[in-house]
Design a protein around this ligand. Structure first.
Ligand SMILES: Nc1ncnc2c1ncn2[C@@H]1O[C@H](COP(=O)(O)OP(=O)(O)OP(=O)(O)O)[C@@H](O)[C@H]1O
Length: 262
């Protein structure tokens, strides 16, 4: 089942597009990485799909319906979006922040509590559940925000199919230590195994390579490559993308490409 279909999409703010001619089709269970230099348009692409940025040309469909025809409430039940930064400053506890993810749903108090507990456990934030969010470290805050979007993604506490659901993550690992990065990789694979489509912007090219089925490379507002990491990650291509000398090798056990500076 196709979850997301962008065809020749342009997006941006005001009349001037930041993104042009983006085409991408994702089905249930896909994990697609977005890679590209600073300012390339990765966040803008995620924001377009999340409904934060205007579609200026082309088409964008969620399920089989144009994105613009979805009400914001229905979209919030289908798409969970983790932005690059959160500006939440209210003195909410961690549990209260995570429970905000349940607002679009009407699953009932028991279901909401079960899912909050599950999301706290999945992100290793249970031990800090009663602490005040604004006083947490950067990585702790990031894991709490992850727990919030996990809560939003689930319709109920059955652990059933996530077909048709879309998880958008903008640099989710930027503040995470190695253990929590690997926990997130395992979690995203589990969600994809339940049918969730994952679109994730990552600067950590090796993490992206290990996690993603496909990668879309964005440069100066254009999608310039789309394929498996092995298909896309040649040293020549990445060197010209980033303007710095790079080597490409293969992970000794995983078999996926590894990229490192020369
Ligand atoms: N609200 C906005 N209004 C106008 N221009 C914006 C806005 N947000 C972003 N831009 C511009 O759009 C371009 C793409 O930004 P975007 O955040 O999508 O890049 P990115 O690929 O996610 O970059 P990074 O890797 O640095 O996070 C940039 O030139 C940025 O200045």
């Amino acid at each position: 089942m196709t979850t997301l279909a962008l065809h020749d999409a342009s997006a941006g703010w005001g009349a001037c597009p930041v993104l042009t001619g983006i085409s991408l089709r994702c089905k249930a269970g896909d994990i697609v990485g977005l890679l590209g230099p600073n300012g390339a348009g990765k966040s803008t692409l995620l924001r377009l799909i999340a409904g934060d940025t205007d579609l200026l040309a082309g088409s964008a469909e969620l399920g089989s319906k144009p994105l613009a025809s979805w009400s914001s409430a229905a979209r919030a039940r289908c798409i969970a979006y983790l932005p690059q930064a959160s500006s939440l400053t209210f003195p909410f506890t961690v549990s209260e922040v995570v429970a905000l993810g349940r607002l679009p749903h009407a699953g009932g108090r028991q279901c909401d509590m079960t899912l909050v507990e599950w999301a706290l456990a999945a992100t290793d934030t249970q031990p800090i559940a009663n602490r005040l969010y604004p006083l947490l470290s950067g990585g702790e805050k990031q894991r709490v925000q992850l727990a919030r979007v996990l809560c939003q993604l689930e319709t109920d506490a059955s652990g059933g199919s996530l077909d048709g659901k879309l998880l958008l993550l903008d640099e989710p690992t930027a503040a995470l230590d190695l253990r929590h990065q690997q926990d997130l990789v395992a979690l995203l694979r589990q969600l994809a195994g339940r049918g969730c489509t994952v679109l994730v912007a990552l600067h950590d090219i090796n993490l992206l390579s290990s996690l993603c089925h496909r990668v879309m490379v964005v440069d100066r507002g254009h999608g310039i490559a789309l394929g498996t990491p092995a298909e896309v990650f040649s040293a020549d291509f990445l060197q010209s993308l980033y303007g710095t000398p790079l080597c490409v090798s293969t992970h000794p056990t995983g078999g996926y490409p590894l990229v490192f500076p020369q």
